[in-house]
Design a protein around this ligand. Structure first.
Ligand code: MLT
Ligand code: ZN
Length: 440
């Protein structure tokens, strides 16, 4: 991001859980702040040492421990530092897929994915990690190892504490191992790239896709004309998939099923019907794997294109579908010509990625964006972090999405965990350590 900097003097790369435990125990006894780090692909400054923290990077813990495709179908157990793309290729050879896919898959690690409850491109079909993570192992600040690495589908014995570690961004402990349920790989994958002229048509198209493509719908992504222009300008080798002009909105639809002929015909019929009914202005179905990946490249390449364009203010919002694009339009009025407002996201999940792209970071621009964007989101009962987490960027903004009572309970819970500390002198009355932890 070029946005978060610190001055850590020490990076530690433990090779196993025992080493993580010893490091944390030592740092805790000396009140040394730590920042857990995986692939360092986060977008909110959560994995960056912003003060002088000791970095605990789990990248060397990259063993696949087991994969059970016989007895309990598709349960993968691995260490936190496994790179997502390596897990995807491992499973591909076994005839399975990860229930999670992200543009950052080449660098991000499963421990970080779980700690931030990463969403990504397949959530529409396979749900959030709260559904697919069956168990995990985590190390608390005082070095206690919590073994919650179950592989069972059902286990109603007391509180399901693993859920507190999914998405708590390292504030409660460091995730060291994960067990995850992986779906079987299905043989027929089809991709369509469509253009709509207005946002209402995009919404109606989603509803139609859910009705007509039902069980085989695996992704429904959208980008607007500014996003398309940006990709065409900044990413090498990308061509306009629906030339000659740029349309107002684009939708990428992916279906995944097991009947090649039926699935393809189904998507073709859907496309034809959507054009006839006027929802879709133009569209194309990927004819081969190369064309399919070129369509995905447009969508997945957007964060990279934005980085290349200069400074970017990124907002990752959950909003009611019907209101989502109103915010983009209001933001354009609010910002004026000083910066470009670029919108894309996981429309199927109600998740907007609102990006304000400027030549350089500028406090005058920031003052036009914040608190406007958070107030707007809160007023419309959205979430200020759909899938990227709070990190350093939004730790102090949590109240826009959570009630005071809820935040209070989170703080109390943190204290509960921190009571395990032998020396609590590093906790101050303003809970600043908790804010620090939330940002990690
Ligand atoms: C994406 O969906 O591309 C990622 O969440 C990253 C981003 O928002 O830029
Ligand atoms: Zn996303």
């Amino acid at each position: 991001m070029g946005k978060y900097r610190g001055s850590s003097k020490l990076l530690l790369q433990p090779k196993n859980t025992e080493e993580v435990s010893q490091i944390l125990k030592y740092c805790n006894s000396r009140c040394l702040a730590v920042v857990p780090q995986g692939g360092n692909t986060g977008l909110v400054g959560g994995s960056v040492p912003v003060f002088d923290e000791v970095i605990i990077n789990v990248g060397l813990m990259r063993n696949i421990l087991s994969f059970d495709k016989v007895i309990v179908s598709g349960v993968l157990v691995c260490e936190a530092g496994c790179i997502l793309e390596n897990l995807i290729s491992f499973l591909d050879d076994e005839g399975f897929i990860m229930p999670l896919d992200l543009g950052a898959k080449g660098s991000c690690q499963i421990g970080g994915n779980v700690s931030t409850n990463a969403g990504g491109l397949r959530l529409l079909r396979y749900g959030s990690l709260h559904g697919s993570v069956l168990g995990l192992e985590a190390v608390l600040a005082n070095g206690t190892v919590l073994d919650m690495l179950g592989t069972l589908r059902k286990d109603n014995t007391g509180y399901d504490l693993k859920h507190l570690f999914i998405g708590s961004e390292g504030s409660l402990g460091i995730v060291t191992k994960v067990s995850i349920l992986t779906p079987p790989k299905l043989s027929s994958v089809n991709i369509a790239f469509l253009a709509c002229e207005d946002y209402t048509s995009c919404q109606k198209l989603l509803l139609e896709a859910k009705k007509k493509l039902g069980g085989i719908l695996s992704a429904f992504e959208f980008l607007d004309s500014d996003a398309m222009s940006l990709v065409l300008k900044h990413l090498d080798g990308v061509r306009n998939p629906l030339p000659p002009s740029i349309h107002n909105f684009y939708i990428l639809i992916e279906t995944t099923g097991s009947n090649e002929t039926f699935d393809k015909e189904n998507l073709e019929a859907f496309l034809l019907h959507s054009v006839e009914s006027g929802l879709v202005a133009n569209g194309v179905l990927a004819q081969d794997i190369n064309q399919a990946s070129s369509f995905w490249h447009i969508r997945e390449g957007l964060p990279e294109a934005l980085m290349k364009a200069g400074a970017v203010y990124k907002y990752d919002l959950s909003l009611p579908l019907e209101k989502m694009y109103d915010l983009v339009e209001e933001m354009r009025v609010q910002i004026g010509p000083a910066a470009k407002v670029v919108a894309y996201g996981h429309l199927g999940d109600g998740n907007l990625h609102l990006n304000i792209s400027a030549p350089a970071y500028d406090d005058n621009i920031l003052a036009k964006i914040e608190p406007f964007v958070y107030e707007w989101t809160s007023k419309n009962r959205g979430s200020i972090s759909a899938e990227h987490g709070l990190g350093l960027m939004k730790a102090a903004k949590i109240h826009y999405s959570k009630s005071p009572e809820t935040v209070r309970l989170m703080i109390d819970f943190d204290y509960c965990v921190f009571e395990l500390l032998p020396d609590t002198s590093c906790l101050d009355d303003n809970h600043s350590i908790i804010c620090l932890c939330l940002s990690a």
